[in-house]
Design a binder for this molecule. Sequence first.
Ligand SMILES: Nc1ncnc2c1ncn2[C@@H]1O[C@H](COP(=O)(O)OP(=O)(O)O)[C@@H](O)[C@H]1O
Ligand SMILES: [Mg+2]
Length: 259
Amino acid sequence: MNKETNWVLEFNNINLKIGNNEILKNVSFKIEKGSNTFIMGPSGSGKTTILKIAAGLIFPTNGNIKILNKDISNIKDLYEVRKKIGFVFQYSALIDYLTVLDNILLPLKIRNKSDFKKNYKTYIEKAKEILEKLDLKGVEKYYPNSLSGGMQKRVAFARAIISNPEIIFYDEPTSGLDPVTAKSIDNIIININKNFNITNIIVSHDVNSALNVSDYIIFIYKGEIIFKGNINDLKNLLYNSSLTIPPILKDFFYSIIKT
Ligand SMILES: Nc1ncnc2c1ncn2[C@@H]1O[C@H](COP(=O)(O)OP(=O)(O)O)[C@@H](O)[C@H]1O
Ligand SMILES: [Mg+2]
């Protein structure tokens, strides 16, 4: 029997032009529900721009985007869909003067003040439960500055999870972390996918993370997609010398090419 694929995000022929600068050129891809999908590429290639477009923060020059089967050019649908998406920004973006607990509860408080007041106790319990699942038991009273970089990242993850999203977007979740901490973040991202049933869309240039976590990779270079597939597809391409391979792919993934 043919299992019907569920797509949570579709970019169809997306172009973005700012001034004379073509930031994205005919970008098309689909992301499967339940997957860990990596959007990779060197700095300046358009990765964060893709996230901003998916968040409805920037509108493309042309093309269309579907999130959870809704066309987000319809503002009402965009608004509905946004509630089902979590974001983890680069550099964690925690608020220094709020405790870990207050940082995590902030999205719920902003979203609906009276609901927040009514369910305050339940939400605290939920925040504690999430912290425990992310190996952060007991840190709710701390301030972000007193935590390590890796712990701050995980608090940012907890803040994204608290609203029960179906999708979480991460922008460079392992950049600036040492390799051991980066590996622990990879494991947490896998844990979020499995235990919270969330589709993870991860913007990254971290090849090790992609090896650890990715089900699927979309590689973008100078605003164009030049590879889509899983790690095995990528390895087949890199090892198959009879094919013409874009040099940037070889340079980027040199660490996984057999010598
Ligand atoms: N608001 C903007 N106005 C003009 N150019 C921009 C703007 N935002 C990003 N860019 C350009 O778009 C390209 C892609 O940027 P970005 O998506 O941030 O890349 P990445 O996240 O892959 O490093 C870069 O060349 C950047 O200079
Ligand atoms: Mg970026």
